[in-house]
Design a protein around this ligand. Structure first.
Ligand code: GDP
Length: 170
């Protein structure tokens, strides 16, 4: 099954999205030596597609530099392990320098990336998403991980971007 990784700054709603996608299926916490952050894996499905989902999040503490270091590390991990990446940003906050930096890393990796602009809870907040085009990752998908809106369109994009002959990672 293809692996889809969720990446993004702290507090953008990665875990909320993960939990929504994982439903009530069992999530396994892998705690590997040498890896500074836990990853949570779950099985998920969308229509006829079955996939594994990884939440690369976790509690992030420390200085801005430390947090930036961790997000970069998270992006590298996703690039190494995933067949597709969901990059989550915060529609209430708008584009931040950390978003721009991670977008660059993801873009250069040439892995399929879907850009989810989260916390767009109401239709009248849709204008919040336009500034996210500047990240250069294509069309931003407005979602509300909390309310469960916009997720279908996002997953359609993710699944369409995964090559048929994706390489099995573990
Ligand atoms: P993570 O650190 O990226 O994993 O973010 P979390 O999933 O822990 O969410 C961070 C905060 O954002 C929490 O207070 C969530 O309740 C809130 N949040 C997550 N998704 C949404 C959303 O769709 N809309 C709004 N308004 N808040 C959200």
């Amino acid at each position: 099954k293809p692996v889809v990784a969720i990446v993004g700054r702290p507090n953008v709603g990665k875990s909320t999205l993960f939990n929504r996608l994982a439903g009530n299926r069992i999530a396994i916490v892998e705690d590997r030596p040498g890896v500074t952050r836990d990853r949570i894996y779950a099985s998920s499905e969308w229509l006829t597609h079955q996939f594994h989902i990884i939440d690369t999040g976790g509690i992030e503490v420390g200085s801005e530099d430390e947090i930036l270091f961790r997000i970069r590390e998270q992006a590298e991990l996703a690039i190494a392990e995933a067949n597709a990446i969901i990059f989550v940003a915060d529609g209430k906050e708008g584009v931040t320098p950390a978003d721009q930096e991670v977008a660059q890393i993801l873009f250069r990796s040439r892995k399929p990336v879907a850009l989810a602009v989260n916390k767009v809870d109401n239709p009248d907040q849709i204008n919040n998403i336009y500034s996210f085009y500047e990240l250069g990752l294509g069309e931003p998908f407005a979602i509300s991980a909390e309310h469960g809106t916009g997720i279908g369109d996002l997953l359609d994009q993710v699944m369409a971007d995964i090559p048929e002959d994706f390489e099995e990672t573990e």
